[in-house]
Design a protein around this ligand. Structure first.
Ligand code: FAD
Length: 371
């Protein structure tokens, strides 16, 4: 069976990896459009603090976080030594005062039975918080969540693509349009070249709505710009610094191995496909970062990344088959918004199995792309 996957962000790359492993003939197409979300994503894997009131999203996100370590081990094996930079560094939820910290830790402990992957939960003394993340404002209070992790989206995507290639997938550069023969979806046209397919998975992130509109399919996914600053703390060993999540804002800090500290991020609904760094966006992320961690003031500014999150109004993934003129053959996998590096590998794997008719345990009814 030949599967064409449009989009090789985390979702499409994970789909290609799983489908190739299941023996499908896989063609993964990407136009390398400016604003790919996966290349800009911060990479925080910590869904238990999102305080969502959607149990479907929560269960899916917990499963996605739980399955990460096994995926990372598999990639290191299949893609021969691929280090996707995933590490369980823990998260520090900054609470305003000790009462708020105690409340948060109780909520988290209550969730441990259903989601043991949350890991260790404990209220930290201020000295402990700055010990874990030295640039923090002295006196910062917080709750430590041991199971939280971080991953670099670029390295994850590249590991997934390498593993898909090792499984026989073919990667094609170019912009795909859905292609029809006798009124039926027959594959894609990539810059004028027809590539036939038994099934097409559209994992085109924020660009999905425009692509599937050609098949008369309407989905509610739209770009939400995120700007995120990368700083370097010269000579600091940042490799085990935890993710920092101030309870008072949607901004955050995290670190990677190369003395790199990442300060994110703007959430700009209505941005359209404008993937520029703006003065206001950069000001917002730096101001928020320095308010929480004044010790970052002397860090070098390395770069600012910009990604277009595929956002949908109810924040649930859009995942499942969609009939075109009454026929099967199209599957949509997108809408992961601000949590796509967490949910992407699981979403892509389910997309692959569903497209290939292989059993998978998640009920896709609540994820219907046309809901
Ligand atoms: C600043 C920022 C911070 C984030 N932080 C986190 C975080 O901490 N944790 C977390 O879990 N998530 C985070 N996210 C969210 C996450 O990055 C996204 O949800 C996820 O990367 C979306 O992946 P995707 O594969 O759906 O889309 P994308 O990565 O955008 O990939 C879509 C791909 O489709 C291609 N494409 C589109 N149209 C076509 C076409 N017609 N033909 C060929 N190719 C096409 C594009 O070139 C692109 O490569 C963050 C996002 C941003 C922007």
């Amino acid at each position: 069976m030949r599967l064409v996957i449009v989009g090789s962000g985390v979702v499409g790359a994970a789909c290609a990896f799983t489908a190739a492993g299941l023996g499908a003939e896989v063609v993964l197409v990407d136009a390398d459009l400016p604003g790919q979300a996966t290349a800009a994503g911060a990479g925080i894997i910590c869904p238990w603090l999102s305080h969502t009131d959607d149990p479907v999203w929560h269960a899916f996100a917990c499963q996605a976080a739980r399955e990460y370590p096994a995926l990372v081990a598999e990639l290191a094996d299949v893609a021969v030594g691929a280090d996707v930079s995933y590490r369980q560094v823990g998260a520090l939820l900054l609470a305003g005062d000790s009462d708020a910290g105690e409340r948060e830790s109780q909520l988290l402990r209550a969730g441990l039975a259903a989601a043991p992957e949350i890991g260790e939960v404990r209220v930290l003394e201020p000295a402990e918080a700055t010990g874990l993340f030295p640039p923090l404002r002295p006196g910062s209070r917080g709750v430590y969540v041991g199971g939280a992790a971080r991953v670099d989206g670029r390295r994850l995507r590249s590991g997934l693509v390498r593993a898909a290639l090792a499984g026989g997938a073919v990667v094609k550069a170019g912009r795909a349009d859905l292609a029809f023969r006798a009124g039926q979806l027959a594959g894609v046209d990539v810059d004028g070249e027809f590539i036939g397919a038994d099934s097409v998975v559209v994992a085109a992130g924020a660009w999905t709505a425009g692509l599937v509109a050609l098949a008369g399919v309407v989905v509610r996914v739209a770009p939400q710009r995120g700007q995120i600053a990368h700083l370097r703390m010269e000579a600091a060993d940042t490799s085990r610094w935890p993710v920092v999540l101030p309870a008072s804002s949607g901004h955050y800090l995290l670190a990677f191995d190369d003395s790199r500290v990442v300060a994110g991020a703007t959430r700009e609904a209505g941005s359209g496909f404008d993937a520029r760094v703006t003065a206001g966006g950069l000001d917002e992320v730096l101001t928020q970062a320095l308010a929480v961690a004044p010790g970052l003031a002397a860090a070098s500014h390395v770069e600012t990344r910009v990604g277009l999150r595929p956002a949908d109004p109810d924040k649930r993934p859009l995942l499942g088959p969609v009939a075109v003129n009454g026929n099967a053959g199209l599957l949509i996998a997108t809408g992961l918004g601000a949590s796509g590096l967490t949910l992407g590998p699981l979403t892509g794997a389910i997309a692959a199995k569903t497209a290939l008719g292989v059993d998978q345990p998640v009920d896709l009814t609540p994820f219907d792309p046309l809901r």
